[in-house]
Ligand binder design. Structure first.
Ligand code: ATP
Ligand code: MG
Length: 424
């Protein structure tokens, strides 16, 4: 008989949990006063009916670039209506758009009637631009084109000077068009060609990482809408903010942490969210991040990690790069794959350490004076093995990780564990 399962609403802690998600747009933006002031000033020409400036916004992930943009453009649209300024805002996320051509097509289709769309491929480049100029001129007035995550176009960036120059090149006559480019890739701006940089970055606004007090303001504002009064113990927001500041000042991560802590407290039927719920939430999120990081590794990087994991299972870590390399070679041998060079594997080990999956410690080699590195896993063996279960399944279970594979109920393999691979 299946257990009698039923669902009862349990919203003792949360008032509106949805507001802790990314897609919720807060009514106001806190902790970004200087940036909002600069942004406001850069947009001022629009309300005066003047040619808009092209604006470039840059800063690391989760620092409020998109949120501030949506907020300010909302206000601008509202005030433009009040002052009878003919303003059209087109917001485009370039996440899946890696070419200027694709962006131009997308813009044409945004501006056109749904019944009159153009296909995504097959037009000569100049033709797509012609369509675009026609559509922009047909709309007229002031048009702001927001290209969020614009770094996805890499160096195929012709649209970033075509649009700003469309008017001086007499492609358009009616409309006044401005571009707002947004990027979290800090090298993107430096790598722009001089002619793009000068037109796109007329006004460049930097969004720095949040510090802990700013994050606390952001979290407080969300917590007020998301949780019931008194649902959070006093130290919860400062703790989430402190972790967020450590994590590159990323508000998205800080909000995720708060929500996860709330969920853990709710699952435990707690009356309040406490700091130990935050600690648990942080462990969980960190674990998920490592697992994602491992899952994204290329096969030979994973094989290198597998080799190191076998030593961890035998309590032999930390171990040197050359020890890892020997084990790595035998794993390659089992699957009939050509091993990469020892040097390449040392690079892999360095990359694993850079990703915080492993720890890498320099050692001095006694009298000979040479230097080498020791390696160790930074997370528990089970987490690592679960994350590369597909590879383990494919290669077979090495003796070093046999115990953890047997005892874990999270690792489900199709291969027969009894056919354990010998140590070397
Ligand atoms: N100052 C703020 N006030 C309120 N909420 C904020 C603030 N800054 C960021 N947030 C929230 O944090 C999350 C991340 O912010 P946002 O999406 O604006 O980051 P971003 O800088 O655009 O990052 P990315 O480069 O990854 O796109 C969103 O849920 C956003 O609503
Ligand atoms: Mg964004």
């Amino acid at each position: 008989m299946p257990p009698d399962i039923s669902f009862t609403p349990d919203n003792d802690l949360y008032k509106n949990r949805d507001t802790l998600f990314e897609d919720y747009t807060p009514d106001t933006i806190v902790g970004r006063d200087t940036e909002l002031e600069q942004y406001h000033e850069a947009l001022q020409p629009v309300i005066n009916g003047e040619r808009p400036s092209n604006i470039f916004l840059y800063g690391k992930t989760g620092v409020g670039k998109t949120a501030a943009t949506k907020f300010l453009l909302d206000r601008l649209q509202r005030d433009a209506d009040q002052y009878d300024v003919d303003l059209t805002v087109i917001y485009l996320n370039c996440e899946d758009l890696s070419k200027s051509y694709q962006i131009a097509v997308k813009l044409v289709n945004e501006l056109r009637d749904p019944s009159d769309q153009i296909s995504e491929t097959g037009h000569p480049g100049y033709k797509v631009y012609e369509y675009l100029w026609d559509e922009l001129d047909a709309v007229g007035g002031t048009i702001l084109v927001v290209l969020d995550e614009v770094d996805n176009i890499g160096d195929d960036d012709s649209i970033l000077y075509q649009i700003p120059r469309a008017r001086s090149n007499e492609h358009i006559t009616n409309a006044k068009v401005g571009i707002i480019g947004i990027s979290n890739d800090l090298s993107f701006r430096d790598n722009l060609s001089a002619k793009v940089r000068s037109s796109l970055c007329e006004k460049a606004i930097s969004f720095p990482p949040y510090d802990a007090p700013e994050l606390q303001d952001v979290l407080q504002q969300r917590a007020d809408t998301a949780f019931h009064d008194d649902a959070l113990a006093d130290d919860v927001l400062p703790l989430c903010a402190a972790y967020g500041a450590q994590d590159a000042g990323d508000a998205r991560k800080a909000l995720d942490l708060l929500r996860e802590a709330g969920d853990i407290a709710r699952a435990a039927d707690a009356d309040h969210v406490h700091d130990h719920h935050v600690e648990k939430a942080r462990d969980k999120l960190e674990r998920e991040e490592v697992m994602d990081g491992i899952a994204d590794l290329a096969e030979h990087q994973q094989l290198t990690l597998y080799a190191l994991a076998t030593f961890e299972g035998d309590d032999e870590t930390p171990v040197s790069s050359s020890t890892v390399y020997d084990r790595y070679q035998s794993l390659c041998h089992y699957i009939g794959s050509d091993p990469r060079s020892a040097r390449r594997v040392r690079d892999f080990l360095k990359e694993l350490a850079d990703l915080s999956i492993t720890a890498r410690t320099p050692q001095n080699e006694g009298l000979s004076g040479g230097k080498y590195h020791d390696h160790d896993l930074k997370h528990d063996l089970e987490t690592v093995v679960v994350a590369m279960a597909d590879l383990v399944d494919y290669v077979g279970v090495h003796e070093g990780i046999e115990d953890v594979v047997r005892s874990s109920d999270e690792i489900v393999l199709s291969s027969d564990i009894d056919a354990t691979l010998s140590p070397d």
